[in-house]
Design a protein around this ligand. Structure first.
Ligand SMILES: [Zn+2]
Length: 477
């Protein structure tokens, strides 16, 4: 971008994983038949009164705490004018000047470099429903109110990001955190996490911000990055031609790889916020907030650092294993029983994750418990079975839930480590293949691999490969 500086701020919307909606007892679960999770409260019937969901407030404050925010001891809900059919009350209950969390920050890992992004605020609001437009040409539209009133936490960052890649990592980290806290599944395909991005350009060295545009409803990490990259270029071209940027809301068309204008931005006062008269303001004691603070989990980035220092793992391994709290917990349980930490990491990143990823999406329970994996690895470590056979045993443990010991015993998979016995087999293979011996002796060292393969075939994969290689070396030298 040469002499231009990009300025990006994100508003991330997180669906909170509460059982019920924000102000009524309707289920907040995704994926029900249209308009089956509704009641007079979320349909905005006259005379109904909202009742605040306690869990949603707790989740909002937990998020604020983990984002290093101040939690004001007084906060309240406000009404925001909203004239669209997907919110039948014609207003949205949100928070205006007294949100649950303010003035925080998040340290984001951008390919090993840590950047601190300011958090302006986090506030709670109700989501709108979903308009469904009939595409048959008859011009009719439908509304599904299941999502109406589902609790939504909006996390607003400071305009601290300078590259689209930073926005990508920031959003990833927000997803990781809400999953760690267990307050949202962070499922972007189902809309549990989406983001609006504000972007403007200014000449390097300038302090004042340029005119921004808002990119709405970005629902994948890749879209966030691509849309911002595209928008930065579009603004740069206009500015270099001497034209000005129109403050507006734009949408990202992934198929065409470009943004297009949706509407010019309303000013904040158009929303005409006023305090929600049907809900009393919230007051908290410092003790209540401290109590919530004590229950916070170790953050992914802190845990990653600890995995490097305490378990001696490479940064890459530590990053993969702390990506989900469930992975990290599992790892630490395995290494508490089996101390070869890098071997556990390799197994988890290889076999274990492959099997887990093949399971139903979102599964957080491994059929092979940490203790059972530790037992299997102990058998490999002691030379009872070799690594290749261990992989087959593992697949069977995963599918059927048996112990490694049962499978090894019932199938007679113990490794053949008897040197004399192996020597007979290796000699036989060598005698049967004089041409390969000649090749080996003429310098084709890869011929040794052929012999190992033949020995494995003879022993149904059970030979100890280390001993086979030693014998081969003796015989062929
Ligand atoms: Zn309801």
């Amino acid at each position: 971008m040469s002499d231009w500086e990009i300025v990006i701020g994100l508003e991330v919307h997180v669906h909170l994983a509460t059982e019920s909606k924000l102000f009524c007892s309707c289920s907040a679960k995704f994926g029900r038949d249209a308009n089956t999770s509704v009641c007079p409260v979320c349909l905005g019937m006259p005379g109904v009164l909202p009742v605040m969901n306690r869990k949603a407030v707790e989740y909002a404050i937990l998020t604020g705490l983990i984002l290093n925010c101040e939690i004001p001891l007084y906060s309240k809900m406000d009404r925001k004018n909203y004239f669209y059919p997907d919110l039948p009350k014609n207003y949205q209950v949100s928070q205006y000047d007294k949100p649950f969390a303010i003035n925080g920050y998040l340290d984001v890992d951008i390919n090993g470099f840590i950047k601190r992004i300011g958090i302006t605020r986090a506030h709670l609001e109700e989501d709108a429903g979903k308009n469904i437009h009939d595409e048959s040409g008859k011009g009719s539209s439908f509304v599904d109110y299941n999502r109406t009133g589902v609790p939504l936490l909006e996390i607003v960052s400071e305009p601290d990001m300078r590259e689209p890649i930073e926005a990508f990592h920031y959003m990833k980290m927000i997803r990781q955190i809400v999953r760690y806290l267990g307050i949202s599944d962070g499922n972007m395909e189902e809309g549990s996490l989406r983001c609006d991005a504000n972007i403007s350009l200014r000449k390097k060295g300038e302090v004042e911000l340029g005119t921004k545009t808002e990119l709405k409803n970005l629902n994948s990490f890749r879209h966030v990055q691509k849309a911002l990259e595209h928008e930065a270029l579009r603004q740069k071209k206009l500015l270099e031609k001497g034209e000005s940027i129109v403050q507006e809301t734009r949408l990202w068309d992934d198929g065409k790889s470009k943004t297009f204008s949706m509407r010019t931005k309303e000013e904040a006062h158009d929303y005409r916020y006023f305090p929600e008269p049907d809900l009393v303001p919230f007051t908290f004691s410092k003790k209540e907030i401290d109590h919530l603070k004590e229950g916070l989990p170790e953050l992914p980035l802190m845990r990653k650092k600890r995995f490097i220092s305490e378990h001696g793992l490479p940064s890459y391994d530590a990053g993969v294993l702390t990506d989900e709290m469930f992975y990290a917990d599992y790892y630490e349980e395995v290494v508490s029983c089996f101390p070869n930490k890098k071997m556990v990491s390799n197994w988890m990143m290889g076999e274990w994750m492959r099997e887990m990823n093949a399971m139903e999406k979102g599964t957080q329970k491994s059929p092979v418990t940490p203790i059972k994996l530790a037992q299997l690895l102990t058998f490999v470590d002691k030379g009872v079975i070799n690594a290749k056979i261990a992989k087959d045993v593992f697949s069977e443990m995963f599918a059927k839930g048996f112990d490694a010991k049962e499978i090894i015993k019932s199938k007679g998979l113990e490794q053949i480590g008897d040197r004399e016995k192996l020597k007979q087999i290796v000699s036989k293979v060598v005698d049967e293949n004089p041409q390969t011996v000649a090749d080996y002796k003429s310098g084709k060292k890869q011929a040794a691999g052929f012999f190992v393969g033949q020995v494995m075939k003879e022993t149904k994969g059970k030979a100890n490969p280390k001993i086979v290689n030693e014998i081969l070396k003796e015989l062929l030298s």
